[in-house]
Design a protein around this ligand. Sequence first.
Ligand SMILES: [Fe+2]
Length: 249
Amino acid sequence: MGHTKEDYPVKRYPVVDFHTHVLPKMDDGSRSAEMSLEMLRRMKDSGTDIVVATSHYYGQKESLESFLHRRGASLSRLREELDDTYPVVIPGAEVAFHFGIEKQKDLDQACIEGTRTLLLEMPFAPWSDYELNAVASLCYDKKLTVVLAHYERFVGFQKGNDMLERILKLPVFVQINAESLLPFFGSKPWIRMFDEHRAHLLGSDSHNLTSRAPNLDKARAVLRKKLGDDALDRIDSCALKLIGAEVDA
Ligand SMILES: [Fe+2]
């Protein structure tokens, strides 16, 4: 009984989990360093090499200075326990859209460390010209690389308007949550977006070990089966570029 290629997917690039709440005691994600370590252990065991820690940042409730201070302390605490048997953890943020965000002076510091890549959580409501113009301003005036966090969760709010087509005309990247690619969540439209190169990045958006546990490998298996290795290579190389890693052409 031999192993098949399916058992050992060939990885061309390191695998990045682009959206996680793995840092301890930062938000509604991991509640302790122990939980974070177990989450990271599961991620590594299921093939993830690099984890972007995108704790929630709400600019209307907290200064960026305070957030970065808390994040630094949380990451240092975790790094005391991390070694090279865990994935590499890179600090970032899931930045909630707020009124005036396009004018926030220090916003570039909320980007993934060492980059101009901003993971942006849009409002869970119908968007208006204001939101669209603000995102355009983040792209063109602030020259940030905007990644729309779990794009699929906003689609239902935009029925009857043209906001989805319009936002996708901006130079933004689209991140989809792993769970949305699993069969019981009506995965077809999102798989199609990856197929048509209109979705670019995958994240587990994992918060804990139970209800929102690491699951990137399951979504990758779906994409691999439906779209083949090229689709995963595309996602992986895109993620590496957006975290500032060198990628072979
Ligand atoms: Fe999230």
